[in-house]
Design a protein around this ligand. Sequence first.
Ligand SMILES: C[S@@+](CC[C@H](N)C(=O)[O-])C[C@H]1O[C@@H](n2cnc3c(N)ncnc32)[C@H](O)[C@@H]1O
Length: 431
Amino acid sequence: ECITVIQRSISITSQNGCHRGHTVSDFLDHLKLKEYAERALRHEKRYLLQEDTWRDSGEQEILQTIRKGDIKVVAYPWFPEALFRRSENAIQRANNTLEALSQNKLVIKKSRLSDTLRSYGQIQHDQDAYGIFAMTDIPADTKLFLDKTILCATDGSYRCTTCCADLSLGASRFLGKLYCDRNCFRNLRAACGLGTFYRYEQDLGETVSRPEGFQSFFADHDLEETTGKEEIFLFQRALEVVYKSTQRYPGRHPLQTRMLNYLTARYHDGAGASKRFSYTEDVCLRFEFLQKLGVDIFQDELAEAWVLETLANRIQTNMRGYSGGNGDDMVAVNTMYAFFNHSCQPNVKSSDSEDEDSAICVTTTRKIERGEELYVSYLSDEDLREGHDVREEKLRPWTGGMCLCRKCSRERRRTERPVSLYNDENRCPSQ
Ligand SMILES: C[S@@+](CC[C@H](N)C(=O)[O-])C[C@H]1O[C@@H](n2cnc3c(N)ncnc32)[C@H](O)[C@@H]1O
């Protein structure tokens, strides 16, 4: 009913050609929309009041939060349970890949953080956190594996626009962007379809057939000033991958797309705060991009808000960033690397591969014993030198609460209640 009212008022406004010539029907529509908005506000308030994280907040605070546009994304009750988390098969497949890559040195298992994360509500009550464990003793400075990138996005200044490879040794320019070579340019063009390149193609004078009502993403949005625009591009790449998968395997749900189904999603909302909602980024850009892919946003499962949200969440929880300091920022997802949990005293370090596009290389920083869990740091070296409170705040987007690493547990113990998992030196419980 609400959509009909909106559609009617849009068509009246466009027929009138301006917003000033209000009609009686405009006015009634306005009143009706206001009523719907009030009803939605009451509903959202009731919903938030039932939530643990909001129980201590006053009604005014809740209302203000909703008015600012903060929302909580929940799945519709009819979504199958299987879509809430990764399948056993996905973990098994990931394990086969990791064992082969690491030459049987490493295995993916339930992390030693898992039970505590669950008891603190940092993961869901029926969710497991996985991690990477050593299957043998491993000396310091051992190269563990090289993990290829499945998705990446860059601003393109010093890295290839398609594969994010370092371009310091040479690059080719096509239509104003830098690439390793023509192949990379062609790959991105094939992956993104016409929309991405419309403006550039037009500049070159090539004829492009433009579907009616079609809007070019880059032509209509100036993202130059947007912070984190690489993340928006990364999300679009993920949508392309998912779209291609659903075209190829029509019965497969978008969230079961291979590779992306290796990734865990955060179901906490980070620091107890709900997600800041941006109409431009969360609605307009996503829908426009789906439209570009040819997805019917009222019919297709891919366009369902919870699916898009979960997809974006999986990308954000598992991506890694790289900043070379010269503006060559990039964000990438590497599926095996994504299984590492974080420690403020990591026993594994990562580096960009020198010879393999944007692949990531992981190496031990000290001797590892059989059965130990391996951890990387999600923070930069500089941030690791900060005190406990600063580190915990910076880690909150991932942890949604406390950092459960050994160092943080120790430092927290000095000040408040203990969260100790470390009586036996990071050992996996089953060893
Ligand atoms: C990149 S994933 C790591 C692998 C993940 N445990 C899995 O099952 O695939 C990041 C997520 O792991 C959990 N995590 C990793 N390190 C953590 C830590 N030190 N403290 C709390 N949670 C952590 C958080 O839930 C975070 O969102």
